[in-house]
Design a protein. Structure first.
Length: 127
């Protein structure tokens, strides 16, 4: 019986199994440990979840190197965006009717839609 060798056959050819190595300029080898208390960790995790990034270390790296991170839309903002989309469809139909019947005949409805748009855009501007 032959004893097992410690070298693998694929190493003889210079080939290695697994993921290819990252280029030197992409390797992240410096570790900076940071400690947080419970309140700070809660704020960090809330901001991390809002950012939409995949892991906390990625979020911390992005915040420290590029301090401006745009969070995803909240449920309220998504609701407003959907409402704007629905109003835009109605507004297109309204403009078509204005071309047919004239703007003077549709003035009351024009004021209604303008008020709705002002209200929704006011909610976006307050943020």
């Amino acid at each position: 019986m032959k004893p097992k060798t410690t070298t693998k056959s694929n190493l003889k050819n210079g080939n290695r199994n697994g993921r290819p190595a990252l280029p030197e300029n992409e390797k992240q080898s410096i570790i900076r440990p940071t400690k947080f208390n419970k309140e700070q960790d809660a704020v960090l995790m809330e901001n991390f979840h809002r950012s939409g990034l995949s892991c906390v270390s990625e979020y911390i790296r992005a915040v420290s190197l590029n301090p401006k991170i745009v969070p995803r839309l909240t449920e309220e903002e998504l609701r407003i965006a959907r409402a704007l989309s629905g109003f835009s469809n109605n507004f297109n139909q309204f403009v078509r009717l204005c071309h047919i019947h004239g703007l003077e005949a549709m003035a009351a409805e024009a004021e209604f839609y303008l008020g709705k748009f002002r209200c929704l855009f006011g909610k976006f501007n307050n943020d």
